[in-house]
Design a protein around this ligand. Structure first.
Ligand code: DGY
Length: 323
């Protein structure tokens, strides 16, 4: 019997055709709603899932008796109950590596855009307000030579730091569970306890995954420790930050600005003040969103699901012990 795949992410024709050669594919093209009856009916028959942006709950798994593998088109896997999947013998795969550089580009874009006030000043020109030479009211802050504090120093964190250290002569500090001597040597990075990093950094950039331990890792106490000139960047997950405390810190001038690609609620709550603040650059979670990288992520997911459903080892399993 051919195995069945439920595809609910953005796969191109070539990728769908490759899956269809080996499997029966139910293609729901970018479905993001797990309560959709079509999604639930397809799930009940599926041996494999490929997609992203749908939170998979134990309750949904109860409705998926044949499920063997989930190939997420993302590196982050906070949308999945990993322990529960492992207990049920269901493999979860993600897409590390292929998005590292693009996501780091997004992080650095936010560093530059906030420091040099790119969005605010582009809007100033667009509104027709540029009627005389600019002055201190439009000046920004330097990026080169400043101190970049990385919270999380995995692949993406290191790639942001590499841009800062090698491209902009920045001093890199990092806070993470264990020191990384190879990166210290390569980038001149120095390990710090979180509180020291917050106090020392001109730019604080978060790249940790969202887990029980990192939920609201940065809140009022942490913003109070930052310099009033500090710029806060989040390319990780919105819930790593207490968003209310971030808004208060920006309003009170406890920090200078923020560059945000991720939010507690996505799409962003329409009542949020964040996108309306001049000192905030808010993006719609574009971390890995280039044509090249999203194609590579989807391809990695296709390779993972194909290997796993054929009984082979996938390239990037999150819970290899599931089998
Ligand atoms: C991921 O893959 O987890 C990213 O957040 C998507 O941009």
């Amino acid at each position: 019997m051919r195995k069945r795949i439920l595809a609910y992410g953005r796969l191109n024709t070539h990728q769908l055709d490759a899956l269809k050669r080996d499997f029966d594919v139910i293609d729901l093209a970018r479905c993001a709603d797990s309560s959709d009856p079509t999604f639930r009916a397809a799930l009940a028959q599926a041996h494999g899932l490929i997609g992203s942006s749908v939170a998979i709950t134990p309750e949904l798994l109860d409705n998926a008796p044949h499920l063997e593998v989930i190939a997420s088109i993302s590196v982050g896997y906070d949308n999945y109950p990993v322990e529960e999947l492992t207990r049920r013998g269901i493999l979860l795969c993600n897409t590390p590596d292929v998005l590292t550089e693009t996501t780091a580009d997004t992080g650095f874009t936010l560093i530059m855009a906030t420091a040099r006030r790119v969005v605010e000043l582009a809007n100033y020109v667009k509104r027709g307000d540029w009627d005389t030479s600019i002055g201190p009211a439009q000046f920004g802050s330097d990026v080169h030579g400043k101190t970049l504090g990385m919270i999380g120093f995995g692949r993406i964190g290191a790639a942001v730091a590499r841009r800062g250290a090698l491209g902009f002569d920045m001093n890199v500090r990092y806070a993470c569970a264990s020191p990384k001597p190879a990166l210290e040597k390569e980038l001149g990075a120095e390990h710090r306890q979180l509180d020291d990093l917050l106090a020392e950094s001109d730019f604080v950039c978060v790249t940790v995954p969202l887990t029980k331990e990192t939920h609201h890792l940065i809140g009022g106490r942490e913003f109070a420790k930052m310099k009033s000139s500090a710029i806060f960047i989040n390319i990780a997950r919105g819930k790593v930050v207490d968003e209310g405390a971030l808004i208060a810190a920006l309003e009170k001038g406890e920090i200078h600005a923020a560059g945000l690609d991720v939010f507690a609620q996505e799409p962003l709550d329409p009542t949020s003040p964040l996108p309306h603040m001049d000192n905030v650059v808010a993006l719609p979670h574009i971390g890995s969103a280039t044509h090249e990288t999203r194609t590579a992520m989807a391809q990695r997911a296709v390779d993972n699901i194909t290997l796993a459903l054929k009984g082979k080892s996938p390239i990037s399993p999150v819970n290899p012990d599931a089998r």
